[in-house]
Write a new protein. Structure first.
Length: 419
């Protein structure tokens, strides 16, 4: 799963690198703005993946195949409903997004091109979330890896072909993402069939009058949705505040955020392992297995986070140069590199505990800690640190991640006592 997770931020880094080597920082800024909009639209519904993983992992621990198939059907129906609503409301969503993100007119024009193309990938992305969550919960990690790699590698190749061969710009990057997601959807259908999931199976579930929705299931999704919205709000707010400081700051922050995203998805690989192992332990009612899995994944998470911090310390400037050839953007990004070095060792605990909370389906605790960190730490910190400019913005983000880890740790003894 770590390999699968690494491929996702690598895709964003390729997008940034392709745009970063064109002749204007506006293209890089447009990718940043477009990406943050779709992060809100798509990552906001990441509960489709997370809740599916936690519930299926617990069903797997109980050896309940019928329940795991029922969860898959429920999640797919919800994904299709949400995707349909987004496409119907795409115009007002676009207007609201660009109203809230105060970027320059040139950047906004390019970002709108990106939005108008990529929005049509919504059904494929949300359904792929469900496929991925189900495969992870079933411990079919190789199949999950195949699904992610098909999307990522095809997207990377088409990025380079559309921009470097056909001379496209922001439209080429968006079109590459659109096509890649539907290739992933086709791959996901094939992988599920390999794991015994067919249309006939869904018809049998329907004939048994399986309830598509229940209160616990809806509450779980709603709490994770609120948690994810708070997380995405914080990063979107970070991007918009950077945009208000100019296109160069916006582009520099976008470059550095790519490295944070890479770190986050690698650590999320350990979080995914924690989800599956803790969910299986809860399903089997094995407390010692739950504690052992948390200790093991926690140790390896911290080791990897420390390696990221050291890599950014010794090779940060070289990595930035790989992402963009624009001198002003390079110089500006280097000024804020120290914040990037601190992020991994501070943020590592949030990803570990997220995995535990998802696997044990403790969604209320996830929601509460995120609301507390966003409303009582991140926003007040940003407000009082405004005189420090972009340094204050980065410090507020660091404090936000620290607050998440500390508040989640508060619930840890209670969760371990429950199982």
């Amino acid at each position: 799963m770590i390999i699968a997770n690494i491929s996702i931020p690598l895709l964003g880094m390729v997008d940034t690198a392709v745009m970063g080597h064109l002749d204007s920082a506006q293209y890089l800024g447009a990718v940043a703005v477009g990406s943050i909009i779709f992060s809100f639209l798509f990552w906001g519904f990441g509960f489709l993946r997370m809740a599916t993983t936690g519930l299926v992992a617990q069903a797997f621990g109980r050896n309940d195949t019928t329940l795991s198939h029922t969860i898959l059907l429920q999640s797919l129906v919800l994904a299709i409903i949400i995707a349909s609503a987004i496409l119907i409301l795409k115009q007002p969503l676009s207007q609201l997004a660009f109203l809230l993100i105060d970027s320059s007119e040139i950047v906004s024009q390019q970002a709108r091109i990106y939005f108008d193309i990529r929005i049509w990938s919504t059904p494929a992305i949300l359904i792929n979330y469900v496929f991925l969550g189900w495969l992870i919960g079933k411990q079919a990690s190789k199949a999950a890896l195949v699904l992610v790699l098909v999307v990522t590698i095809s997207n990377m190749i088409m990025d380079l072909v559309f921009v470097n061969v056909f001379g496209m710009t922001i439209d080429g990057v968006a079109l590459a993402s659109l096509i890649a997601e539907y290739l992933g959807l086709i791959t996901g259908l094939y992988l599920l069939k390999r794991h015994g999931v067919t249309i006939k199976l869904f018809k049998r579930l329907s004939s048994k009058q399986v309830s598509l929705f229940n209160w616990h299931w809806l509450q779980l999704h709603a709490n994770i949705f609120i948690r994810t919205l708070c997380l995405m709000f914080s990063f979107a707010f970070f991007t918009t505040q950077g945009a208000k400081q100019g296109d160069i700051i916006l582009a520099a922050n976008a470059v550095l955020l790519n490295f944070i995203t890479l770190m986050a998805f690698v650590l999320d690989g350990f979080a995914n392992a924690t989800e599956v192992l803790s969910g299986k332990a809860v399903g089997a009612k094995n407390r010692s297995q739950l504690k052992q899995s948390l200790l093991l994944t926690g140790l390896w998470s911290f080791v990897v986070a420390s390696l990221f911090s050291l890599s950014y310390l010794f090779f940060g400037q070289q990595l930035i140069s790989l992402m963009t050839s624009i001198t002003d953007v390079q110089t500006t990004a280097n000024n804020y590199l120290p914040w990037l070095m601190l992020m991994p060792v501070v943020a590592v605990w949030t990803y570990l505990f997220d995995g535990l909370f998802i696997g044990t389906t403790r969604s209320i605790e996830m929601r509460n800690t995120m609301l507390l960190s966003t409303l009582c730490c991140f926003l007040p910190a940003w407000y009082f640190l405004q005189p420090l400019g972009n340094h204050g913005l980065w410090l507020a983000l660091l404090l936000f991640l620290a607050a998440r880890g500390v508040s989640q740790c508060f619930y840890l003894p209670r969760i371990l006592r429950m199982y």
